[in-house]
Design a protein around this ligand. Structure first.
Ligand code: ADP
Length: 175
């Protein structure tokens, strides 16, 4: 059974087997956690992302999907890039797409024998997904996935507000 834990940290410093990136569909870097991961991993990460095939011009990963690269200069062996939905009011399947991000990232992790995985709060920054709901979807999705090889999943928050929201979602789901 996978252990789920909230953790307040800069995700780029973690020594888990893999960290998840809240990327955009170009996979060529951006702001927020994406920019931080690219800076910490070094230019090799951008080069590896560029080599991933384009599905359409400029699109290497659809919203809700995931791709994996090495972690390069990070302590983490892999970066799993997933593209969260931009919040558009809730009528554009944002909840299902966010759940897919967590599920697809876990599937890729399992395929690469990842035992410890760390997620940022996907879509909770510039993509404006309501945070409480995003945390609930993440925890519910992660709890529903049986991946015996995956020992620990860390729900990482950069700030105190997000940390408290992760903790509340974990407490709610274990009631
Ligand atoms: P999105 O575009 O998916 O909304 P953002 O990067 O804007 O992604 O924000 C996602 C979450 O990641 C936010 O809660 C933000 O505070 C957090 N975040 C930003 N930098 C880091 C970091 N270095 N480590 C962990 N979380 C981070």
């Amino acid at each position: 059974m996978t252990q789920l834990r909230a953790l307040r940290a800069d995700i780029t410093t973690l020594q888990t087997d893999a960290i998840v990136n809240a990327a955009n569909e170009t996979l060529l870097g951006g702001g927020g956690v994406d920019g931080a991961i690219h800076r910490a991993a070094g230019p090799e990460l951008l080069a590896a992302c560029r080599k991933l095939p384009e599905l359409r011009p400029g699109v290497r990963c659809e919203t809700g999907q995931a791709r994996i690269t090495p972690g390069f200069r990070l302590a983490a062996r892999y970066v799993i890039h997933t593209v969260g939905p931009v919040w558009q009011g809730g009528g554009e399947a944002e909840a299902q797409l966010l759940a897919s991000c967590y599920a697809n990232a876990v599937t890729l992790a399992a395929e690469h024998a990842v035992r410890e995985l760390a997620f940022p709060a996907i879509s909770c920054g510039v993509y404006r997904f309501p945070k409480t709901e995003a945390c609930r979807i993440a925890v519910e999705t992660l709890r529903s996935l049986a991946q015996p090889a995956l020992a620990s999943v860390y729900l990482v928050a950069f700030d105190l507000e997000m940390f408290e929201l992760w903790q509340a979602a974990l407490e709610d789901s274990s009631r």
